[in-house]
Design a protein around this ligand. Structure first.
Ligand SMILES: [Zn+2]
Length: 235
């Protein structure tokens, strides 16, 4: 069985109506990124930061997965353990669509953790009658389980192993600008993978791509998935 790895970015979520800061010149829903997505910003104004993430969380619940998300669940059904999905998105749409082998490298809006003792709580369980939700274990401030600027993305070791062992890397909705994710294609390519990308605009790292399809993920990914299943079987 061939190993298939998918890397997704902002573009696939944008088609479900979720905007990220990269849409608009360093602003994320009208906030400066450093104010709402850095440990310094949280230390300075935790109430503002929580208002921001409550709104992002609600927005993620209101959004629906699109045909590209559902196509990727078919890919997992067919390829099982040979399939892995790495996402830079924090909205949880892949999991809601039904994928289980998901590495959310930048964290998830659906979880929070204590900034003192690190214990985790589902965002849905937090007490938002307080302006800043408090850890029920130690009384510290809870924060969104999001990898902020200056913090290290999750699963980098696992992701490196996956990329070195994959036969295909399918890159969806990323501009190929933001590291470390922008470098994943290089790793996969050096270790022999075929690399395919779908994005509205040509990604910065085009030279490492074997195939590039300009357009919408929701339109192109279902066809690419059909082809992969047809050519490489799965179960
Ligand atoms: Zn705590």
């Amino acid at each position: 069985m061939k190993n298939i790895t998918v890397l997704t970015g902002a573009g696939i979520s944008a088609e479900s109506g979720i905007r990220t800061f990269r849409d608009s010149d360093g602003l994320w829903e009208n906030h400066r990124v450093e104010d709402v997505a850095s440990p310094q910003g949280f230390a300075k104004n935790p109430v503002l930061v929580w208002d921001f993430y409550k709104a992002r969380y609600q927005q993620s619940l209101d959004a629906e997965p699109n045909p590209a998300h559902y196509a990727l669940t078919r890919l997992e059904e067919h390829f099982g353990d040979s399939f892995n999905l790495i996402t830079q998105n924090v909205d949880g749409l892949h999991i809601r669509a039904g994928n289980t082998r998901v590495y959310e490298m930048h964290g998830r809006l659906a979880m929070a953790f204590c900034s003192s003792c690190r214990s985790k709580t589902a965002t849905s369980e937090l007490d938002f009658s307080q302006k800043i939700p408090i850890c029920t274990t130690c009384g510290g401030n809870m924060r969104a389980d999001i990898v902020w600027f200056g913090e290290i993305p999750y699963y980098l070791y696992e992701i490196d192993e996956i990329l070195k062992n994959t036969d295909f890397l399918l890159i969806l909705g990323t501009s190929g600008v933001v590291y470390p994710a922008a470098g994943f294609v290089m790793t996969a390519k050096i270790f022999g993978a075929t690399t395919i990308a779908v994005n509205l605009e040509e990604p910065e790292n085009r030279r490492y791509l074997d195939e590039f399809y300009p357009g919408k993920c929701g339109e192109l990914v279902p066809q690419i998935v059909d082809k992969l299943i047809q050519n490489y079987g799965g179960r």
